[in-house]
Design a protein around this ligand. Structure first.
Ligand code: ADP
Ligand code: MG
Length: 711
């Protein structure tokens, strides 16, 4: 239905899709470097290699004017000396720059040879960078520097762009300057028809945006800073808006056309579980989410729902009830967990909960023995088995269902397209999918990153939970921390001690953990105390045994690496000590802390650190001790690290904007969302004349949209 001859413009006809080697001044050799170093393959890529700042060559400061309060400066002067000083790690290149008012130092610690070769004593340079003072002298470390010719910079009508570049590029005469020249050449060759408008006039007018053609010109070569700002705004909005439009299209597409199995009724299993087996009253939020799932699955379109709920908010029971709903309607369900420990635990918990019901549950993981595996697989294929719980082993090819109707993915929002398709291949009609995650992503971000999924949230904890008291202690306080653990253990509670995983070395991790374990043992000697230890190097079976001993209270202390991070549920554990907690990220600390405070006892989380803390680490510890609210922590995490790094959003590919930032450009994001919705509500297929530019643009970007399958 989106097929429309009139619009089937072939993107490859546009001059912008020309290979970069065809641009005047590039050629095959430079093209190679541009491709390797900057991922610039086409004219369009060059056009979208945006400057990160502009230089106003008329704004040159005098060296005398630099004060300790000065931040960035631009000065012009003669290089009067250049020499290498110091040795080994103190080795540096120091230049002296003199203007009419005074002298300053330029310092390089890296690339000394190359810089030395490229500069010439006696020549004039334009220098830019962060000013600092060293023994009374102003200086700039690793300045941006280029030859200065005052006569040339006069009379220019634009600010000069400064582009990201690399040492390699500079050495091949492709520094920021040369890239600017290439871009200038390209822009002069382009006409407005080559950069056609893609936003409807109505939007341009209502938001006061400049045209696309002007924006591409002005973002590189603006006449002044206002012109630059206008260009930036226009392009940021375009990015956000097109992303919103795409997501909304994919979603509505899915809603209108996806085929799903129908769960007609709420049946016997669901009802009798609800009435007789449910050990507690559901929270309002749990009920609401169940209603949403019920709605989704009743109407013949496929559910693709993301369920977010803070640690301990009770997602498992929602999952179980949904699976029973599927069984009531004659379908099988599976539940997939990220680790064997967690799969085992889900299996044990769920088997116990449904033990009085006529429903069959089995477990399948990487360490399921061959004979049992055969049985499980056969029962699954024959339909004798209703529910299966497991790890990624469930996605493997030999796993065949008679009729899978619902798949639940626990604790991983990173359930990519590829995995999804593996699941889909297991049925004629793709099963409903519920992805559950406790890594809270701020709502706005979730809606943007996962805009193509439906979204539910459990924003209420079960009643009676006491917030976990969190404190920060320095290493010196270890003795009193251990004493505190003893008091809690004397009350019949259990405790976790967590050691960090250092990414670089499994060996070091292992050694740290072993040392830590010996240390803990010295504080808690047998036979008064028993300790379980779980880590990544253990065979699954041993992990499981150790975990089981802790669950059954055979041991009072669990020493572990972060393998227990997700999902593990031992309500009697009321103390968590996190070693070297400055090494953990915020969301990980929050996940770990979620392992305590699951029962009705008062719980504690103790963050141990060394004495040297970076300001970011201090900030993290401050937040952890101040709040238990996962969403607040996620917001903060995003602030500290930027959205690109938030667990799970990176892969979504929806957040990789070139210019826009979801944090800083919130008003543009809101505008983009609102406009995208308005437009699609009025014209879901973008078939109206007023929207033809949009349709045209999106169709030219095939592959990025769900439209690839239709147009
Ligand atoms: P998560 O959302 O982190 O997966 P779980 O599903 O493991 O949380 O639930 C945490 C604990 O809370 C479990 O012990 C569970 O039995 C309990 N629980 C869940 N829902 C409720 C409720 N409505 N009332 C009381 N306890 C609940
Ligand atoms: Mg869970």
């Amino acid at each position: 239905m989106f097929v429309d001859k009139h619009f089937s413009i072939n993107a490859s006809q546009s001059i912008l899709s020309n290979p970069i080697e065809y641009l005047k001044g590039v050629g095959p050799l430079r093209a190679d470097i541009l491709k390797k170093e900057l991922n610039i393959f086409t004219f369009k890529d060059l056009l979208e290699h945006f400057p990160f700042r502009h230089v106003d060559k008329t704004q040159v400061q005098l060296i005398r004017e630099i004060t300790p309060q000065t931040d960035q400066v631009q000065v012009a002067g003669r290089l009067v000396s250049l020499q290498v000083l110091g040795e080994n790690r103190g080795k540096r290149l120091v230049g002296e720059l003199r203007d009419s008012s005074g002298t300053m130092e330029l310092v390089w610690f890296q690339g000394i040879n190359w810089v030395q070769k490229s500069l010439e004593i006696g020549k004039e340079y334009l220098v830019y960078g962060k000013a600092s003072f060293f023994s009374g002298y102003p200086q700039i470390t690793h300045p941006e520097i280029e030859a200065f010719s005052p006569e040339k910079s006069e009379g220019k009508s634009f600010l000069e762009p400064v582009y990201p570049t690399t040492e390699k590029l500079k050495q091949k005469q492709l520094g920021g300057r040369q890239i600017g020249k290439l871009t200038w050449g390209l822009l002069t060759a382009l006409t407005p028809a080559d950069i056609p408008e893609n936003l409807p006039d109505k939007i341009l007018q209502s938001l006061n945006l400049i045209s696309r053609y002007k924006a591409y010109n002005d973002i590189h070569f603006p006449a002044n800073f206002n012109a630059y700002q206008d260009a930036l705004n226009r392009l940021k909005f375009e990015e956000l808006f097109m992303a919103q439009l795409r997501l909304n299209l994919i979603k509505s597409e899915r809603h209108r056309f996806s085929h799903g199995v129908v769960f007609k009724q709420v049946g016997e299993l669901f009802n009798s579980f609800y009435k007789t087996c449910l050990p507690f009253e559901l929270t309002g939020a749990q009920k609401r989410v169940l209603r949403e799932i019920r709605q989704d699955t009743a109407h013949g379109r496929q559910m693709n729902r993301l369920l977010q709920g803070d640690v301990g908010s009770g997602k498992t029971i929602v999952a179980l009830l949904s699976m029973l709903l599927a069984v009531d309607n004659g379908f099988q369900s599976c539940m997939m967990a990220p680790t064997e420990i967690l799969a085992n635990q889900h299996f044990a918990g769920i088997s116990e909960l449904v033990k009085d019901l006529p429903v069959t549950v089995r477990l399948l993981t990487g360490s399921t023995k061959a004979k049992e595996r055969r049985e499980v697989l056969a029962a699954l294929e024959s339909g004798e088995l209703n529910l299966i719980i497991g790890t990624h082993a469930l996605l493997e090819d030999p796993v065949k269902f008679k009729n899978i109707g619902l798949a639940i993915i626990d604790e991983q929002h990173r359930f990519g397209v590829e995995q999804r398709s593996k699941l889909w291949r297991k049925a004629n009609i793709p099963p409903h999918v519920l992805v559950m995650t406790a890594t809270p992503i701020p709502r706005t971000l979730a809606m943007t990153a996962y805009g193509d999924l439906d979204y539910s949230v459990i924003d209420e904890l079960p009643p009676g939970r006491q917030p976990v008291t969190t404190v920060h202690r320095f290493e010196q306080a270890r003795g009193s921390v251990m004493d505190f653990m003893k008091q809690e253990i004397a009350k019949g509670r259990q405790a976790y001690i967590i050691f960090p995983l250092i990414e670089e070395s499994e060996k070091i991790n292992y050694e740290n953990l072993m040392r830590g374990y010996e240390n803990v043992k010295a504080f808690f000697p047998e036979p008064k105390y028993w300790i379980s230890m779980v880590h990544g190097r253990q065979p699954a079976e041993q992990k499981d045994t150790n975990m089981q001993r802790f669950i059954t209270r055979d041991t009072q202390i669990m020493v572990s690496t972060t393998v227990i991070e997700v999902g593990v549920n031992v309500p009697n554990a009321s103390v968590m000590v996190i070693e070297s907690s400055e090494k953990f990220g915020l969301s990980q600390l929050h996940q770990l802390r979620g392992r305590v405070g699951r029962g009705s006892d008062k719980s504690y989380c103790i963050l141990l650190t060394g004495n040297k803390l970076s300001s970011e680490a201090k900030e993290r510890l401050k937040i952890m001790t101040a709040t238990n609210d996962g969403f607040k922590i996620a917001e903060k995490d995003m602030e500290l690290r930027g959205p690109g790094d938030i667990e799970g959003t990176r892969q979504s590919g929806m957040l990789n904007f070139k210019l826009a930032s979801l944090l800083q450009d919130k008003q543009w994001l809101d505008a983009a969302k609102q406009m995208a919705q308005q437009i699609l509500e009025a014209d879901p297929d973008l078939s109206e004349k007023a929207n033809e530019r949009l349709k045209h643009f999106l169709q030219a970007q095939k592959g990025k949209t769900a439209w690839s399958k239709i147009s």
